[in-house]
Design a protein around this ligand. Sequence first.
Ligand SMILES: Cc1cc2nc3c(=O)[nH]c(=O)nc-3n(C[C@H](O)[C@H](O)[C@H](O)COP(=O)(O)OP(=O)(O)OC[C@H]3O[C@@H](n4cnc5c(N)ncnc54)[C@H](O)[C@@H]3O)c2cc1C
Length: 411
Amino acid sequence: MSADVIVLGAGMVGTCTALQLARRGHSVALVDRRAPGSETSYGNAGIIQREAVEPYAFPREWSAVFDVAFKRGMDVNYHLSALPEVLPRLARYWHASAPARYAPIAQAYSRLIAHCLTEHEVLMAESGADDLARKEGYRFVFRTSAAMEEAATRATRLAADYGVRHTLQGGDELAKAEPGLRQRMAGALHWLDPWSVSDPGALVARYAQRFEALGGQLVEGDAASLRAAGSGWEVRTSTGPITARHAVVALGPWADALIAPLGYRLPLFVKRGYHRHYRGGPGLQLPMLDAERGLVLAPMAQGVRITTGAEFARIGAPGTPVQLAKAEAAARELIDLPDPVEAQPWMGNRPCTADMKPVIGPAPNHAGLWFNFGHAHQGFTLGPASGRLMADMIEGATPFVDPAPYSASRF
Ligand SMILES: Cc1cc2nc3c(=O)[nH]c(=O)nc-3n(C[C@H](O)[C@H](O)[C@H](O)COP(=O)(O)OP(=O)(O)OC[C@H]3O[C@@H](n4cnc5c(N)ncnc54)[C@H](O)[C@@H]3O)c2cc1C
């Protein structure tokens, strides 16, 4: 079998890359060992984060760094066994987060985020997936006025700098908007632009169905079998070998496992997150970040999904859901969550880079090999825009966003 392009990895990023190419008439094989949207793109909080114009920086205040080191907060945890590998990369992350270096990173990031809604909108409409999206924003809720004021100041700056919209809601207004809240909060910052998805894995599956309807081949295979063949690439699949002139690595947290043996030493690492669903309570109208505790509660088809912050652990290391236990206790202060759905929490890995930007572009030393990974906290948001940019570059068309900041050569 042959195709124009092999896309390795059918998460949100790979599926959108394959779909964007198929929409332009290219023959594409989308290869995964599992069904589309079964991994990280299944387990996230489902928010299409138009407000996330600035990527998640490493805290610079020493008090926050000590909180992490001594595991004082619930937003960060780590395994000692992961530290030898991850610490040098975290040092680069910390370095990139210094204000002077962070400013251009945020500028570049915001230029891709700016297209997240419009690109999802097109794909959702074509895929018949509008029923999965709620287009009413995302709330940060606050227990104290001081925290709310600080967030409001930042939101005002983001509105001026990037045009992202918000309103502030007092405690009474929030209680009316979210009648399930058990305690009176100081208030909320309601980001008006973001969308939320009631079943993130299902959205990827719909995009994959649309890809197949356009003639794309969805095949089961192991990306590790990729090898150079003739003037292109070959991968072994359950339906036999597939060759193509181009291959795209869209393996999210597993990208490093494929590219390191090819000689690429990029500063990649993962931030593990956990989730669990709860049924039976009053539920929520919109997703909310409990800003002072660092957990997100999102209304999903399966119930209210609680997602946790970052844990530094090796991919595949046994789960240590201590953050989820704390997050569940904090969430229960906010709403009634009677029945956990899963016996064991889900866990997955945000694919991160040391400078917080994804890697989108050609592999520097291999013709016809392309990278599209490292979308960290916003891969669900960025899949369609990132896929479009990849398609522009593979076609040799003028890229719709300047791709220079995302080049693998920057490291
Ligand atoms: C708790 C949590 C909450 C989050 N919340 C949000 C949010 O609200 N909004 C947002 O935008 N982002 C969010 N994210 C981040 C987002 O989920 C990720 O950035 C995104 O899912 C990454 O997508 P991906 O396609 O790169 O990776 P994945 O979805 O992990 O896809 C990679 C694919 O590669 C396949 N694969 C791996 N190895 C092989 C192999 N050897 N052979 C074949 N196939 C292979 C896997 O099976 C998988 O399907 C969150 C993440 C977490 C963990």
